[in-house]
Ligand binder design. Structure first.
Ligand code: PMP
Ligand code: GLN
Length: 400
């Protein structure tokens, strides 16, 4: 049989297909739609940060960095975790720089899991987690987040407790959370911490939106709770904090054995990369507080603009306390299903969003929810709402 006629993708990855972000962005481009699907800002990060990367290139920082990252950045990360969260990490042995948070999570899972190990995570979840768990030969065990009081997503503590079995290796937590906009409360984190401690489980925390919280919600790293530093790998990234998603500079901090396990996998994935960007982020992190305060204020305003705009045209959204996504319920438009809704608005109204069903193991639960990114310029959001306002919801979809 011809090689090309066989299924080439391994059975571990077959179920994942193309990511929803690539799919919706391609459709958005074909339809010349305003892209509120994929979450990336449409303005550049701070000019002096961009200049620092250019200067690093000009100064010749163009060869491989060390496996764990340039010392300047590891030191800056260690200072940031200490000053912001009072959690100390040795820059030489407890910090690893990665190709974005995505590689940090994937390398941690590959480095820590045995085949068949179980990974507990909250559903809906960022789609890369499921694929990385599968690549590690591990099994995902989702715990459902459902809209609770005032529409804020919550989990049932009993469901979390019963998700843990003797095969559970770790809990993968994302807060502030994509796609729900939930910021886990201290009480919720204490409960998660108690489960980790009771069952001797490791935690990986994806904190890429650590600076982007609103309405007084506070980001509390799980590692900062008593007894958790020694069993947690805290992951973050420059992409969201500095609006440089294409730089792919991420990192993980944790006790040496966890960082070593991550590096054991990472050295055979990318090894290391992005030297000039790492050096620029090292400088940027020293000013992250001031820069992110400005970004947070701007995003807060954008969130409200989109929220009110969507609500006025029959798309009420769930509360968003962090990150840069709004989840809207599409049922008032007459669509029961956000997959056809998203396709319809991209093709017919020229506005792209992502169906949240893509973030669920049980897509039925997120069936009526569409995710809109609000990390866009004011005029872009206004244009999106104006386009949606003129869409005849009842018309049937035809391809562009
Ligand atoms: N984690 C979450 C929760 C995300 O939303 C994203 C995408 N922005 C990432 C990780 C990816 O981060 P990076 O681009 O640094 O790999
Ligand atoms: N994190 C971004 C989002 O949730 C997209 C990242 C990607 O395209 N893989 O939209």
């Amino acid at each position: 049989m011809l090689v090309t006629r066989r299924e080439m993708t391994s059975s571990r990855l077959r179920e994942f297909g193309t990511t929803i972000f690539a799919e919706m962005t391609a459709l958005a481009q074909r339809c010349e739609a305003v892209n509120l699907g994929q979450g990336f800002p449409d303005t550049d990060g701070p000019a002096s940060l961009l200049a620092a990367a250019r200067q690093a290139i000009d100064a010749g920082a163009n060869q491989y960095p060390p496996l764990a990252g340039v010392p300047e950045l590891r030191l800056a990360i260690s200072h940031q975790r200490a000053s912001r969260y009072q959690t100390e990490y040795c820059p030489d042995s407890e910090v690893a720089v990665t190709a974005g948070a995505t590689e940090a999570v994937a390398a941690a899972l590959l480095g820590l899991c045995e085949p068949g190990d179980e990974v507990v995570l909250f559903e809906p979840y960022y789609d890369a987690y499921a694929a990385a768990i599968a690549m590690a030969g591990a099994v995902r065990v989702p715990v459902l987040l459902r809209p609770g009081r005032a529409g804020v997503f919550e989990f049932d503590p009993a469901e979390l407790r019963s998700a843990v079995t003797p095969r559970t290796r770790l809990i993968l937590l994302n807060s502030p959370h994509n796609p729900t906009g939930k910021v886990f409360t201290r009480a919720e984190l204490e409960l998660i911490a108690s489960v980790c401690q009771l069952h001797d489980i490791v935690a990986i925390t994806d904190e890429v939106y650590e600076y982007l919280t609103y309405d007084g919600a506070e980001h509390v790293p799980l590692a900062s709770l008593p007894g958790m530093r020694r069993r947690t790998l805290a992951v973050s990234s420059a992409g969201k904090t500095f609006s440089v998603t294409g730089w792919k500079v991420g990192w993980a901090c944790g006790p040496e054995p966890l960082v070593k396990a991550l590096l054991a996998a990472k050295q055979y994935l990318t090894f290391a990369g992005g030297t000039p960007f790492q050096l620029a982020v090292a400088i940027g992190l020293q000013q992250a507080g001031a820069w992110s305060a400005e970004l947070r204020a701007r995003l807060n305003q954008r969130r409200d603009q989109l929220r009110y705009g969507l609500e006025a045209i029959g798309l009420p959204s769930y509360p968003c306390q962090g990150g840069y996504f709004l989840q809207a319920d599409v049922r008032r438009t007459g669509f029961a299903d956000a997959i056809s809704f998203c396709r319809y608005i991209t093709e017919q109204a020229g506005v792209a969003a992502v169906p949240s069903a893509a973030f669920y193991d049980r897509p039925e639960t997120g069936r009526a929810i569409a995710r809109f990114a609000f990390c866009k310029r004011q005029e872009v959001l206004a244009e999106a709402v104006a386009r949606l306002a003129t869409a005849p919801w009842h018309a049937t979809s035809t391809a562009c």
